[in-house]
Design a protein. Structure first.
Lengths: 158, 272
């Protein structure tokens, strides 16, 4: 007496069930890996950069802002900078695109001249600057590429 | 044979369900909807519109040479019976811990963290701290102040995330406000010692904090101490927006320090 198809004795059914379970396990693993990669990639990249920067006396903010930026679009993010400090902004995209570019403007919309702008390993944009004024600044990120980008932004200061 | 025929429909249905799960999962993950990304922009993924306390302290330290220990709060801020007060006090205590890090005072870090824990017990988040407590104590013991500063900010982010998950989102704003107010309190006290003010002299700073209160649900905004805070911040915003560049700001700094200190005292003392 069988109560359901789990106790089915049919070899074909058992084989089919085994295949399905194997696929399910495989898919779960892939999905978890995919999700983990998506979550960790920008953070781990900026963390690596922060470790390098720590040698120069920089400290990293524990928060980051994450945005979806469609192709050809621009996004403005508010940051509050203090003229006494020096900043190093870290911008990473999940797609590792080199089509992103970013600049910092002050409250009047005037571009703040950066000390340096580096692009590392197809994944990380690094911008050093020392603001001339204290107050709200605007960080403008432009996606010049043909595909959308998921970007994460944080900064270090000293 | 008859029984096999009967079982087949369930079998087929199960396989179909599995395939739907298999193929829909990655598709959903490949392109997170805008709403999901916006959701992630909270908690640890937070806007960077205001600087962290250590950033302000770093800037203030360049203007003066503060003796950080003299800015410790004379009385403990805890415990409060009401969750709203407790969340606000929690933010203020996290700032107190960062102040202790500036003073390189491991004992005061431990004391502040104990107060933080009392606060968290009331909010039902004590376990979240216990997981990170060994690291915090180790950083303090080993005088690893940069890592401690990072850990405290991360800790605040994790509390805010947990509160959001508990459907207590307004409390996350209150934690942030408590932290910012205590930070401005310290900056005002430093500026009172004849140094260039940092943070406290910017009307935009106050406007940002007022905006955060405005975004709270009406029921939370109407809490007396938040109404009080909103009015105080507005008065400070107006005061600093009227200051001219050539004006001596010492009087404004003194008034700001007094207003913020008085607000913190009456809020922390109330509802115990």
């Amino acid at each position: 007496m069988t109560a359901g198809w789990f106790s089915c004795q049919d070899p074909r059914a058992l084989s089919c069930l085994g295949t399905v379970l194997a696929l399910l396990l495989l898919a779960t693993g892939c999905s978890a890996l995919c999700a983990e990669e998506q979550e960790i990639l920008p953070a781990s990249v900026s963390l690596h950069a922060a470790r390098v920067l720590a040698g120069d006396g920089y400290e990293r903010r524990a928060v980051m802002t994450e945005r979806h930026l469609p192709a050809g679009k621009t996004i403005d993010l508010d940051v509050y900078l203090l003229e006494q400090n020096t900043y190093c902004f870290l911008l990473a995209s999940r797609e590792q695109t080199d089509a992103l570019t970013f600049t910092v403007c002050d409250a009047t919309g005037k571009r703040v001249e950066e000390s340096s702008y580096l692009y590392h390993d197809g994944a990380l944009h690094v911008l050093h600057l020392k603001p001339k004024t204290t107050g709200r600044h605007r960080l403008r990120v432009i996606n010049l590429g043909a595909t959308p980008a998921h970007l994460a932004l944080t900064y270090c200061y000293r | 044979m008859a029984s096999r025929v009967c079982r087949r429909p369930g079998h087929v249905l199960f396989i179909r369900v599995i395939w739907v799960i298999l193929f829909s999962g990655p598709a959903i993950r490949a392109e997170p909807p805008q709403q999901e990304v916006a959701g992630r922009a909270s908690g640890l993924h937070a806007p960077l519109e205001l600087p962290s306390s250590p950033e302000l302290f770093r800037a203030a330290a360049r203007e003066a040479n503060p003796r950080w220990r003299q800015f410790y709060r004379a009385t403990s801020s805890l415990p409060h019976r009401k969750r709203n007060h407790s969340a606000f006090a929690l933010g203020s205590l996290l700032c107190e811990t960062l102040l202790a890090a500036e003073a390189r005072d491991a004992q005061y870090v431990r004391n502040s963290i104990q107060d933080v824990r009392d606060c968290l017990t009331l909010l039902g988040l004590a376990e979240a701290l216990d997981n990170r407590l060994p690291a915090i104590h180790e950083f303090a013991e080993k005088q690893n102040w940069p890592c401690l500063r990072f850990e405290i900010e991360a800790l605040e982010g994790s509390f805010q995330l947990l509160l959001k998950n508990q459907m207590d989102a307004p409390l996350t704003t209150l934690i942030g406000l408590g932290h910012q107010l205590r930070c401005l309190d310290v900056c005002a006290a430093i500026a009172s010692q004849d140094s260039h003010p940092v943070g406290i002299d910017d009307p935009v700073y106050y406007a940002t904090l007022i905006e955060r209160i405005t975004r709270l649900p009406a029921s939370t905004r109407e809490i007396p101490f938040l109404r009080d805070l909103s009015e105080e911040l507005e008065r400070l915003r107006v005061r600093w927006s009227q200051v001219t560049p050539e004006e001596d700001v010492s009087e404004h700094v003194a008034a700001t320090a007094e207003k913020i200190r008085n607000f913190l005292n009456r809020t922390m003392e109330a509802q115990r």
